[in-house]
Design a binder for this molecule. Sequence first.
Ligand code: NCD
Length: 304
Amino acid sequence: MNKAARGSLLGIEHLDAKEILSLLALARRMNPLKPRPLLRDKRVLLLFYEASTRTRSSFEIAAKSMGAMTTLVLSSGSSIEKGESLLDTGYTLQAVGADVMVIRHPHAGAPLLMATHLDVPVINAGDGMHEHPTQALLDAYTILRHKKTLKGLQMAIIGDIYHSRVARSAIHLLSKFGTRITLCGPPEFLPEVATSLAPGLHITRTVEEAVRGADAIMVLRVQKERLAGTKLRVQDYISRYQMTTARLKMAKRDAILMHPGPIIRGLELTWEVADCPQSVIVEEVHNGVPVRMAILAKALGKTS
Ligand code: NCD
């Protein structure tokens, strides 16, 4: 790996527990309401080839609350539409003076390609079905605000796990800390290699089994187009896998209900569950700002 990868955050898989804990500790010291100009005069380029609300806005607010300048480049309305390659776009944004590049791309490996060729740190804001490391960090941060430790915690992940970079990064992170993870979803939505992914990983057939005794439940978005590729009709999905109040009651009394968003009320979870006191969905979004502040500060070597 060349020096450009220094400061980059491409995935959780290759981070060790110490690096993760130090990022989380740094995030705890960040307060977006009390801005500190740690990144004054730094230019943060946000390069989004895919739709985003939470990730994009929280990166932008994180950067700005540390005094950085931000420039947003979307695939529509940029030269990407004219057929410019990913790397040529990267070289262009480096030439205009980017100090760090945040990238979301539909293809796995796009951030790695950029980090290998560019001289600036690259942060993966979600690449295809591969990883979404900043989401996993904000999820761990959120869990640790409610639970003392990740070790021995029982976590149920429900929905379309196979296509989810959120699930993949969460599994990488949590399994480094000894969390017991149970996956549940239609067979088409489960990774075939799940059991070889991590030792503490289990698959259950029913949501009830997955949720029973859980400390935390992560529900994932289900895309109707993908559901159409399974044997299930929307109504079958709802009756078998939807997170309902009755199912949530099977978890520990103090279990937290997570979802990376965007949520589809009435499909993967009920309206009631989305807004119940155990739901930390809004808090996850809120925590995305200090966590991304820490990630940007670390990428630019401005941690104190
Ligand atoms: C997720 C993503 O884009 O991977 N959203 C997010 O960043 N919070 C999840 C999804 O779109 O289903």
